[in-house]
Ligand binder design. Structure first.
Ligand SMILES: Nc1ncnc2c1ncn2[C@@H]1O[C@H](COP(=O)(O)OP(=O)(O)OP(=O)(O)O)[C@@H](O)[C@H]1O
Ligand SMILES: [Mg+2]
Length: 256
């Protein structure tokens, strides 16, 4: 059996008195595509932000490719991770946000090149080459010198994807990447994600409200409810055969 690329072990997260995650155990295999669904406030964003090191767990462990993300070894003991450790382990992970987060003063090519050049210290020529390759992959090869303000929402979101892909992550996180888009732009973005998923080698965690999309793309659907995984399994089972009442009432809202 292959080792999981990501393991959550009894992960809890509170903000002040509010318990947001109450013991999450989740293994993700290399190349596995996991869709996370659940009501607003159930903790979906929090789960992936912890993996991106944007939020620290209150307790529990997250293991990435065999390495403890939030702790490191020092003198034979586990101590809280420092910035360097976090940065190293996070190097395997890329994330696309709901609100693109592009740099407005940079062209889309520069947006893609900046992290490889300035963070990974890759030379400019090869970073540029790969950035162009990724922008072509998301269908924006003719927009390299445009600024984000000159693009549609769907195009901006595709730039955000290219920018994450340039870093060659082993794991890609998508947080409701179509929910800020006009309905007519949703399709083009989902199409790009489908293409990336088909290439296969990356693990993907997709927080989404697009149930049809989740069914198509995911190997597994995880239903998060009130800070715990209340149901999980292959898409057809979770979406059609679950007897979990909370899940059924959640899904009911998507049926017309
Ligand atoms: N930085 C924060 N400080 C305080 N509370 C927070 C913070 N981030 C999230 N929360 C709270 O944690 C809970 C879970 O938030 P989270 O964003 O993970 O939910 P979600 O499942 O992604 O919801 P949505 O579908 O609306 O995006 C919410 O009640 C939210 O208000
Ligand atoms: Mg969210």
């Amino acid at each position: 059996m292959t080792e999981p690329i990501v393991m959550y072990k009894d992960v809890h997260k509170s903000f002040g008195d509010v318990k947001v995650l109450r013991g999450v155990d989740l293994d993700i295999k290399p190349a596995e595509k996991v869709a996370v669904i659940g009501p607003s406030g159930s903790g979906k964003t929090t789960i992936i932000r912890m993996l991106m090191t944007l939020e620290e767990p209150t307790s529990g462990d997250i293991i990435v490719d065999g390495k403890n993300l939030w702790h490191m070894e020092k003198g034979g003991k586990l101590v809280p991770a420092n910035e360097k450790h976090l940065r190293e382990v996070r190097g395997d992970i890329g994330m696309v946000f709901q609100h693109f987060n592009l740099f407005p003063h940079m062209t889309i090519l520069e947006n893609c090149m900046t992290a490889p050049v300035n963070v990974q210290k890759e030379n400019k020529t090869s970073a540029k080459e790969r950035s162009i390759e990724m922008l072509e992959k998301v269908g924006l090869g003719d927009k390299l010198d445009n600024y984000p303000s000159q693009l549609s929402g769907g195009q901006k979101q595709r730039v955000a994807m290219a920018r994450a892909l340039v870093m060659r992550p082993k794991i890609m996180l998508f947080d409701e990447v179509t929910s800020a888009l006009d309905p007519e732009l949703v399709g083009e973005v989902l199409e790009v994600i489908r293409d990336i998923a088909k290439e296969g080698e990356m693990a993907m965690v997709l927080v989404t409200h697009e149930m049809e999309f989740a069914r198509d793309v995911a190997d597994r659907i995880v239903f998060l409810d009130n800070g715990v995984i209340a149901e999980q399994g292959p898409p057809a089972e979770v979406l059609e055969n679950s007897t979990n009442e909370r899940l059924q009432s959640f899904l009911h809202r998507f049926r017309r």
